[in-house]
Design a protein. Structure first.
Length: 102
């Protein structure tokens, strides 16, 4: 399990990136307890995006070896997931979001 709030694999992700090995996070959106945070909501509001799109954008920016497979059973959520790939997070956004997992 790895996502914005649960980041115990940070070291492993960095090590794998150095070796050119992909990392596929399990429950990238929190799983049965979806990610919720005032910081996540604030960044999403500033970007005109959903919190889940921002959480996926953070994962994509976290490391080039992260490969996302965010499951969904809804077309609406699929669109949110895809939108995350197109979001540009500023360094300030990243710093604010990084505080969630620490």
């Amino acid at each position: 399990m790895y996502n914005l709030a649960y980041r115990h694999d940070d070291g492993l992700i960095d090590e794998l990136a150095g070796e050119g090995i992909a990392y596929v996070p399990f429950f990238p959106l929190g799983g049965f307890s979806p990610l919720q945070s005032s910081a996540l909501s604030a960044v999403a509001d500033r970007l005109g995006a959903t919190p889940m799109s921002v959480a996926l954008a953070w994962l994509l920016r976290r490391s080039p070896n992260i490969l996302l497979i965010a499951g969904t059973s809804s077309v609406t959520h699929l669109r949110e997931n895809v939108a995350g790939a197109g979001l540009s997070l500023s360094d300030e956004d990243i710093a604010e979001l990084d505080k969630i997992g620490r």
